[in-house]
Design a protein around this ligand. Structure first.
Ligand code: ZN
Length: 69
């Protein structure tokens, strides 16, 4: 079955993919409703990566702090 791929962050339409769907998804398709799967677009992934990169830096700082032994 065909899924519409949307970015979960900004709602950008990222095309479609063909994958085996769950029973719930197949029911939606039978009802003529669009079956949407959420992913993350390049732009938002970059933002998320930058964020986790910053978080990692903070974590490293905490790990190196004299308070945590
Ligand atoms: Zn996005």
């Amino acid at each position: 079955m065909v899924f519409e791929i949307k970015c979960a962050w900004c709602g950008l339409n990222m095309g479609t993919k063909n994958e085996l769907g769950s029973e719930f998804a197949m029911r939606l398709e039978r009802m003529g409703l669009p079956v949407i799967t959420h992913s993350i677009c390049t732009c938002c992934r970059e933002k998320a990566l930058n964020r986790s990169h910053n978080r990692t830096r903070v974590d490293n700082k905490l790990l190196n702090s004299p308070w945590k032994k």
